[in-house]
Design a protein around this ligand. Structure first.
Ligand code: GTP
Length: 596
């Protein structure tokens, strides 16, 4: 297709505002998926995505659409919808000339929509504002058209109204995309340059890489090079998805499609990288490439220690499809053998954990998520700490922690509640804007560690579910942070060490000591449970001693009951962990980690 007849666009929407439903309707109206073959939510591939209704990986679909007798090809590039995947969103948007800004007509704009809209505006994309779900009785199209128009800078009458569910307004939207979104421009004679905006591992075909061609042309059998690594591969197949993959004779300027080179690991074909021809390589890459950087770390341990090899193999498998996943073996006194795993954020952590449990049938325990600290020592050493129990001993000059720029959208009635929460989490107000008289946007800088620690739940409960949150990393700051250890009879329990702000060390210590005191069974001797900063004890509880004779409870008599008790005790022993001289059932550690 000639560039003049191409349109590349994304849909920007908050979770649940109906992006997948609208995308499905477009596939149907353009005839690329017939009604019978239409599975609900064609574009969401993974089960977890479908069940939770979230989109993790982006993908592109090509749809034919004729306007005034001229055939066009529309490439719809799906963007992931969650904060953890901002970088992938930015690459998907970079592959487009336009973006449909989709807003639920009964909800209005949310923080996520806003964040992605800003990304699209930074990329100079043409914004097509659309209200969805106009079939809903609760829809308020007039009100939200105002809001949207104010944000985008257009007339409220230019805000399209559609229903992905009934299909109303969807053909008009396709017409509007052709009319408003600019056609791609590029140099067909220049050395080939294409940007990777997604890369997916497929069991049968190896890695499938989605690209947008900017200049030149890519053809099958050609040797290509990845500009970030200089690695070369042969192009085994190149084609477009509509939505099933269809091989083609090549992709030219402005075209969007997939390519297959036989590589087996998404790390060899990275989102954001530039693909060029190996024979006549481009000198300048397309820019914007960034290594995925894990922001949150957690220890993952199999509850049954014998499943460690299964966990290792499972992580190796997931890694093929997830360039951001990092891990290394970790041993914990309390939890045994496991892995320290790095994630882009909390949702990423949750997704990986759930896939491990579901697809690989593992029962896992995860330690409290920790951010990455930079510890500067008096002697000039700089130590990167992803695991609180590895906080360096010795004279610390400064501890630096990651900071994020957070945007909270909330009904104006809740401004006080939001501010109070942000302040209690060491937030600094950067600005505040009213989107409408009832809705306000609050901008804060906050330590990432504070967000990782149940911030979102707190925000939701303090605003009765009405606030939405988005954040992105902005750098780091020095902070008054200390490591709090938890000790049983003087022995550190590594899984419970935490790096916390000085002002929160005492409450944290008290809480953990209290929790463990309740969970640890009595021993034959007294067990002090302490929380300490270095050598200074800040909280103490005691587990009293008992004579540990399980039979003392049954006064003679019933022999079967006696035997049962003995067996139970034996079973319990298998799962006992020794911390110094103290025997602790693994369940106690698990309970202490999971209760909140
Ligand atoms: P994520 O993939 O999580 O970002 O969600 P999404 O934006 O793709 O939303 P999805 O298409 O899954 O729709 C969310 C819910 O809204 C589903 O229950 C849909 O059935 C419903 N929905 C979507 N579009 C419409 C619509 O036009 N009208 C009505 N009444 N419901 C809709």
């Amino acid at each position: 297709t000639a560039p003049a007849q191409l349109r590349n666009f994304s849909i920007i929407a908050h979770i649940d505002h109906g992006k997948s439903t609208l995308a499905d309707r477009m596939l149907q109206i353009t005839g690329v998926v017939d009604q019978r073959a239409m599975r609900a939510q064609y574009l969401d591939r993974m089960d977890i995505e479908r069940e939770r209704g979230i989109t993790i990986k982006s993908q592109a679909v090509r749809m034919p659409w004729a306007v005034d007798g001229v055939q066009h090809a529309l490439n719809m590039i799906d963007t992931p919808g969650h904060v953890d995947f901002t970088y992938e969103v930015s690459r998907s948007l970079a592959a487009c000339e336009g973006a449909v800004l989709l807003v639920d007509a009964s909800q209005g704009i949310e923080a996520q929509t806003l964040a992605n809209l800003y990304l699209a505006m930074e990329g100079d994309l043409e914004i097509v504002p659309v209200l969805n779900k106009i079939d809903l009785p609760a829809a308020q199209p007039e009100k939200y058209a105002e809001e949207l128009a104010g944000l985008v800078g257009c007339d409220p009458a230019d805000v399209l109204r559609v229903s992905g569910k009934t299909g109303e307004g969807v053909s008009e939207l396709l017409d509007r995309i052709v009319a408003r979104v600019p056609a791609p421009v590029g140099d067909p004679d220049a050395p080939a340059r294409a940007m990777i905006f997604d890369s997916v591992y497929d069991t049968y075909r190896g890695v499938v890489t989605y690209v947008r061609v900017v200049d030149g042309r890519l053809e099958p059998r050609q040797k290509i090079a990845m500009m970030s690594t200089k690695a070369t591969h042969e192009l085994l197949e190149i084609g477009v998805s509509s939505p099933e993959p269809a091989p083609s004779k090549g992709l030219g300027v402005g075209e969007v499609g997939y390519l297959i080179t036989g590589v087996k690991d998404v790390r060899q074909s990275r989102v954001g990288d530039t693909v060029t021809g190996a024979q006549r390589p481009a000198t300048q890459d397309l820019g914007g490439y960034r290594d995925p950087k894990p922001m949150v770390f957690s220890g993952l341990f199999p509850i049954d220690g014998s499943e460690y090899p299964v966990l290792r193999d499972a992580l190796d498998r997931l890694k093929l499809n997830d360039a951001a996943l990092q891990y290394e073996p970790e041993t914990s006194v309390a939890l045994g053998f496991g892995f320290r795993v790095g994630f882009l954020g909390l949702l990423h952590l949750e997704i990986v954990r759930e896939r491990l449990e579901r697809e690989f049938d593992l029962d896992l325990i995860a330690t409290a998520p920790s951010v990455v600290y930079e510890v500067r020592m008096d002697d000039g050493d700089v130590v990167t700490v992803t695991n609180p129990s590895e906080f360096p001993e010795g004279k610390v000059k400064e501890v630096r922690e990651p900071v994020v720029k957070a945007t909270v959208l909330a009904p104006s009635d809740f401004i006080g509640a939001v501010m109070e929460l942000c302040q209690s989490r060491r937030g600094e107000l950067q600005g505040m804007d009213y989107l409408s008289p009832e809705r306000v946007e609050l901008r804060y800088t906050l330590p990432l560690a504070e967000i990782v620690f149940d911030f979102f739940d707190q925000l939701k409960s303090r605003t009765r579910g009405y606030a939405s949150l988005d954040y992105e990393p902005t750098g780091d700051q020095a902070a008054d942070l200390v490591k709090v250890d938890v000790l049983l009879q003087g022995e550190k329990v590594d899984a419970f060490s935490a790096i916390v702000h000085k002002d929160k060390a005492y409450p944290y210590g008290l809480m953990m000591a209290g929790r463990l005191q309740k969970l640890i069974p009595r021993q034959q001797f007294e067990v002090p449970v302490q929380a300490a900063i270095g050598a200074r004890v800040i909280a103490r509880e005691t587990v009293r001693a008992i004579r540990k004779d399980v039979l003392s409870k049954c006064y003679g008599g019933d022999i079967t009951r006696k035997r049962k008790l003995l067996e139970k005790q034996k079973e319990g022993k298998k799962r006992m962990k020794m911390v110094g001289r103290v025997e602790v059932p693994q369940e106690a550690f698990i309970a202490a980690l999971s209760s909140d």
